[in-house]
Design a protein around this ligand. Structure first.
Ligand SMILES: O=P(O)(O)OC[C@H]1O[C@](O)(COP(=O)(O)O)[C@@H](O)[C@@H]1O
Length: 325
């Protein structure tokens, strides 16, 4: 091996080192974010190892949630937590409080566990500005106020994708080191893609613009090649492929579920934050997804996210429909 390749192999950029480097650009930084992230990473390592051991779904759902909550509270850096698994938000006891609010889905796509399809953890982080008693208002904030978001995918390898608002970076767990190492620096989504991803089983209930977009993907009128349908039905895996290869991922509204299926705080916002930071877009059918203001912690929203040009096409179809009405 030549010296340059060797230097690369021996100069390990762990996720902690990466975030410390980023934070050191801010003189006011106290290292709190790095400590918080280390606790999230611990939760991800736990879930990764449990998935690999083949724990069954029910147990894994509950276990993952408990591990994340305990890790986040014990970090001493959080004040309010919202988990997909818990109906109510968790207000951290005063002696363990810090400035961050974490919204998360500890094990998204868990119905896929027992057949070995990739699943993941999704998280978003808000920061409270002053010392006040934490309330739900601290997390019922538009996604554009998040300071960071990410997901960890438990697949053939364990990959953590993170944005702190300046680009998107991917880290892969090296099981022999027990460390996430930077393997995908500065991920940019292709400007236009060749793939669309949606549950076509719901097609008969879609609205006009969604149906028209999917029709255009299959039978483009401008002579361009048809797009391919790829749908895993596990959001982290579908979004991960979309960021890397380009195209669109959609969970639209339909007649049966007018708000779609996916949850605003811990599914739609973190993935939209990552998409925008990778150069893509995220749209609800009405507005930029990150501008949404949730009114309840488990609110849902339709979502279209992906390559810049492809989402422009969807936005144009919704705008045209608005004019027809
Ligand atoms: O099976 P559908 O309706 O296509 O839904 C798939 C979506 O549901 C999810 O599995 C989330 O649902 P769960 O919270 O029940 O796991 C996402 O990961 C995925 O994008």
């Amino acid at each position: 091996m030549d010296h340059a390749a060797d230097a690369h192999r021996t100069d390990l950029m762990t996720i902690t080192r990466f975030v410390l480097n980023e934070q050191s650009k801010y003189p006011e930084s106290r290292g709190d974010f790095t400590i918080l992230l280390n606790h999230i990473v611990l939760g991800c390592k736990f879930v990764c190892s449990s998935v690999n051991k083949g724990e069954e779904q029910k147990k894994l759902d509950v276990l993952s949630n408990e591990v994340f909550i305990k890790a986040l509270v014990s970090s001493g850096r959080t004040c309010i937590l919202v988990s997909e698994e818990d109906e109510d938000a968790i207000i951290v006891e005063p002696s363990k409080r810090g400035r961050y609010c974490v919204v998360f889905d500890p094990l998204d796509g868990s119905s896929n566990i027992d057949c070995g399809v990739s699943i993941g953890t999704i998280f978003g982080i808000y920061m409270v500005k002053d010392d006040h008693e934490p309330t739900l208002a601290d997390v019922l904030q538009p996604g554009k106020q998040m300071v960071a978001a990410g997901y960890c995918m438990y697949g053939s390898s364990c990959t953590l994708v993170l944005s702190t608002g300046k680009g998107v970076n991917g880290f892969t767990l090296d099981p022999s080191l027990g460390e996430f190492i930077l393997t995908h620096p500065d991920i940019r989504i292709p400007k236009k893609g060749k793939i669309y991803s949606v549950n076509e089983g719901n097609a008969k209930n879609w609205d006009g613009p969604t149906a028209k977009y999917v029709e255009n993907c299959k039978f483009p009128k401008d002579g361009s090649p048809s797009k391919s349908l790829r749908y895993i039905g596990s959001m982290v895996a579908d979004v991960h492929r979309t960021i890397l290869y380009g195209g669109t991922f959609m969970y639209p509204a339909d007649k049966k579920s007018p708000s779609g299926k996916l949850r605003v705080l811990y599914e739609v916002f973190p993935m939209s934050f990552l998409m925008e930071n990778a150069g893509g877009q995220a749209f609800t059918g009405k507005q930029r997804a990150l501008d949404l203001v949730p009114t309840k912690i488990h609110d849902r929203s339709p979502i279209f996210l992906g390559s810049y040009d492809d989402i422009e096409e969807i936005k144009a179809l919704y705008a045209a429909e608005g004019k027809e009405e």
